[in-house]
Design a protein around this ligand. Structure first.
Ligand code: PLP
Length: 317
């Protein structure tokens, strides 16, 4: 991911941004398969709430996102709805992707930042990414404050642009995502692994952070809790033994809700479940699953990832 990618001329960019028909067909069918597995799980377990699917596109080219978000009719004979929620792990990559999106998708994609967040990038993330819908990896008061500040700056700059442009023209049908609060999930380290970030479950620190976001961060909305969990535990999950990480996040969420005195309409969501374990997560009450490799395939090493595909490897992905 070099920042020179962002300096491509518009014509190069437009040509480079057409997903190949073969890749588009492949991605649409992978997405359909995940959606049916989600539907099957909810039906089987009488779960009535909608489950949000975040397609985790980190280290994958922008063309993959375009293929799912605006599939050409010819690849989409069943007229599936565009997929709009995408997850990214790296601030620089997300900045480039959000800037390079074709204009018909600008403001439509709902980006989820799900990666390890460094304080020094939090404010930029919230201020610069158009369509940033949620940051799911919040684990400190300091980062929450910086996101809040960045979101405030974004709202200010959008408002002043509106005024310059004579107000209210195209874009928003009464309140775009941009004017509103940024959704945040507090990341909880349910597995206690040192390699994982996140706040300790049911800790005073977690409670203080949740309370701080709710009471002190006017541009943030405390949407829920997120966990990644240990791979070993998801592999050990069977129909009889529930995944301990998912159980822990659920208990922690109920505890936070009680301690903060949250009412019916303020319920906190659970963001848990990835390629290997999203069905188990849904059974445990997940509201949102984040699925990457089962849709997009194996990811390249970070050093080899490209936002726009190289000219000479067209079509062989
Ligand atoms: C990469 C990633 C995912 C997706 O993982 P897959 O196993 O590829 O589905 C989900 N959540 C987070 C936080 C991630 O970093």
């Amino acid at each position: 991911m070099t920042s020179s990618d962002t300096q491509s001329t518009p014509s190069q960019t437009a040509a480079a941004m057409k997903p190949s028909p073969a890749r588009t067909t492949h991605l649409l069918s992978a997405l359909t398969s995940i959606n049916s597995r989600i539907a099957h799980t909810t039906t089987t377990h009488s779960i009535r709430k909608p489950i949000r699917l975040v397609a985790v596109s980190k280290l994958k080219p922008l063309t993959d996102i375009i293929a799912l978000a605006s599939p050409p009719a010819v690849n989409n004979p069943e007229d599936r709805r565009p997929h709009l929620h995408f997850g990214e792990n790296y601030v620089q990559e997300l900045l480039e992707k959000s800037r390079l999106l074709p204009s018909d998708l600008q403001g439509k994609i709902r980006w989820h930042f799900i990666g390890g967040l460094q304080s020094n990038k939090a404010q930029t993330l919230a201020r610069e990414v158009r369509g940033l819908w949620a940051v799911e990896s919040v684990d400190s008061v300091k980062k929450a404050n910086l996101l809040d500040k960045g979101r405030g700056e974004r709202i200010d700059s959008c408002t002043s642009k509106d005024q310059e442009g004579g107000g209210g023209g195209g874009g928003g049908s009464g309140g775009t995502e941009e004017d509103g609060q940024l959704n945040v999930f507090v990341q909880v380290n349910t597995s206690g692994e040192e390699s994982k970030s996140g706040v300790e479950p049911k800790s005073p620190e977690l409670l203080e952070l949740c309370r701080h976001i709710r009471d002190q961060c006017q541009h943030l909305r405390l949407r829920g809790l997120m966990t990644i969990g240990a791979i070993a535990r998801s592999q050990a999950t069977t129909a009889e033994t529930e995944n301990e990480d998912f159980q822990c996040l659920k208990d922690t969420r109920d505890w936070v809700a009680r301690e903060l005195g949250l009412g019916e309409g303020q319920q906190l969501e659970l963001s848990m479940g990835m390629s290997e374990d999203f069905e188990a997560a849904i059974r445990m009450g997940s509201d949102e699953v984040r699925v990457g490799s089962t849709i997009f395939g194996q990811r390249p090493p970070k050093a080899e990832a490209r936002v726009l595909p190289d000219k000479d490897d067209e079509g062989n992905k």
